[in-house]
Design a protein around this ligand. Structure first.
Ligand code: FES
Length: 124
């Protein structure tokens, strides 16, 4: 997993939700019902910051158009089918910190373009 960042639990409990910089879409970290959740911050509908939204009953409501996403899974709960689920992130507790990690490490280890010797074929 790729490290994203960490937030103080005491600061998170006081704020309710915090945005952690993780370009290009950042991560919204939420304290709700005694748990920490981490979900992509930029709403998949039109990019509003979910960290500015409201949290209730395991859901976060986007501040721009009111779409509801499940904090646990990122699933769009309502309205259904109008955009993709938000990505969610791994959370581990270390002392007074919540440590956020990206389960999808998209780091490119070999930037060579595909070609005939790598299973690709660019011939016409
Ligand atoms: S930008 Fe989030 S619901 Fe439209």
């Amino acid at each position: 997993m790729k490290p994203v960042g960490r937030v103080s639990l005491s600061a998170l409990k006081a704020a309710g939700q915090l945005r952690v910089s993780y370009p290009p879409f950042d991560v919204c970290v939420v304290w709700s019902d005694g748990r920490v959740y981490a979900i992509e911050d930029a709403c998949n509908h039109a990019g509003a910051s979910l960290a500015q939204g409201r949290v209730r009953d395991g859901l976060i409501q986007c501040p721009m158009h009111g779409y509801l996403f499940a904090l646990e899974t990122g699933e769009l709960v309502a309205p259904r089918g109008l955009c993709a689920a938000q990505r969610t992130f791994h959370v581990a507790l270390e002392g007074d910190d919540a440590v956020i990690a990206d389960p999808f490490d998209l780091t490119v280890t070999d930037a060579s373009p595909p070609g005939p010797d790598r299973g690709g074929d660019f011939s016409d």
